[in-house]
Write a protein that binds this ligand. Structure first.
Ligand code: COA
Length: 253
C-alpha cells in the first residue's frame, strides 16, 4: 500500500502504477472518516483489481473545505478517478461514500459499468439527535459513534484509530457530511441505473438498516444483495474477510 497525493487530494493505492489489465475499485469513506478505513481491503483485493481510496476534501490528508452536498463530493471523486486514469473504475462507497458512488452511477452512466454500495441507502435521512450532537457536543458525538458505529458483537476498540482521526477532522466537516446525507434522496431514480451493482447490508447496522440495502437491490435492475452477519455499520472494519470475499466474488462474476 502506498500513500499518494494529487491536486490537494490525498489517497492510498494498493500498488502503483495501476495495472491496465485489471478493474480499479475506488473506495469512498463515510461521514467524517478517511481512506484509512479501507486498510483491510487495499492489499487483499490486489489479485483481482487495482485498489484506490481517496480522502474527501477536508478529510484525512486532503485539503478543505468539506462540502454539504452529495453532488459536490461526486464531482470531486469523478475528477479524481479521471486524474489517476483508473482503468475500468468501480466506485465502492460506505454510507456517505455509498451515496457518492450511487450518484456517480446516476450522473456518469457511460463511465461506470459496476458499483459497490456498502451500508448505505437511496435516502439517508439523519436522526436530528445526531445533527444536534455533532453541532453542540462533539465529544458526545465521538462517544455515540463508538456506540452506534459497530455491532454489539464487535470490539469497540477497533474504532479507536478512526475516532482519533475524527477528533482532528472536527465538527464543521462532520456536520457538512451529515447535511449532505440528510438531503440525499434518489429513491425514484434507481430504475435508470445500468451498472451492475453489489449492495452489502450488515445485519446489525443501526444507522443504515438492512432494509435500505434490500431497497437498493430490489430497485436497481442489475443488483445483487449480500448480507453480512454479526457486523454493524462499519462492516469492512468489523468483518473484513466476509466483505472482501463478497467483493472478490462480485469482481470474479
Ligand atoms: N431505503 C429504504 N427505506 C427507507 C430508506 C432507504 N434508504 N430511508 C427511509 N426509508 C423508509 C423508512 O424506514 C421509513 O419506513 P417505515 O415508514 O416503514 O418505518 C420510511 O422510509 C420513512 O423514513 P424517513 O424518510 O427516513 O423518515 P422518518 O421521519 O420516518 O425517520 C429517521 C427519520 C432519521 C428517524 C430515520 O430516517 C432513521 O432512523 N434513519 C437512520 C438513522 C440515521 O440517522 N442514519 C444516518 C444515515 S447517514
Amino acid at each position: 500500500m502506498e500513500n499518494r497525493e494529487m491536486n490537494g487530494i490525498g489517497y492510498k493505492v494498493g500498488q502503483w502504477p495501476l495495472d491496465p489489465a485489471k478493474p480499479t475499485v475506488v473506495f469512498i469513506h463515510g461521514s467524517g472518516l478517511w481512506s484509512g478505513m479501507w486498510e483491510n481491503q487495499m492489499d487483499a483485493l490486489l489479485d483481482r483489481a487495482n485498489t484506490a481510496a481517496l480522502d474527501l476534501p477536508g478529510h484525512g490528508r486532503s485539503k478543505g473545505p468539506g462540502m454539504e452536498r452529495i453532488e459536490d463530493y461526486t464531482r470531486v471523486v469523478a475528477e479524481f478517478i479521471q486524474g489517476i486514469s483508473a482503468p475500468a473504475p468501480i466506485p465502492a462507497g460506505l454510507s456517505l461514500g455509498g451515496a457518492i458512488a450511487l450518484q456517480l452511477l446516476l450522473d456518469f452512466p457511460d463511465n461506470f459499468s459496476a458499483g459497490i454500495l456498502m451500508s448505505t441507502g437511496a435516502r439517508l435521512k439523519v436522526m436530528p439527535e445526531i445533527l444536534e450532537t455533532v453541532a453542540n457536543d462533539f465529544a458526545g458525538y465521538l462517544a455515540m459513534f463508538g456506540q452506534f458505529g459497530v455491532s454489539e458483537k464487535s470490539d469497540p476498540g477497533i474504532l479507536r484509530p478512526l475516532v482519533e482521526k475524527l477528533e482532528t477532522v472536527g465538527p464543521e466537516i462532520v456536520l457538512g457530511d451529515f447535511k449532505a446525507c440528510n438531503r440525499f434522496d434518489v429513491m425514484n431514480r434507481l430504475g435508470s441505473i445500468r451498472a451492475r451493482v453489489l449492495a452489502t447490508a450488515a445485519l446489525d447496522d443501526k444507522l443504515t438498516p438492512p432494509k435500505y440495502g434490500e431497497f437498493l437491490a430490489n430497485h436497481i435492475p442489475n443488483a445483487n444483495l449480500f448480507h453480512i452477519p454479526d457486523a454493524g455499520h462499519l462492516a469492512p472494519i468489523e468483518k473484513p474477510e466476509t466483505v472482501n470475499d463478497a467483493i472478490n466474488k462480485f469482481l470474479g462474476s
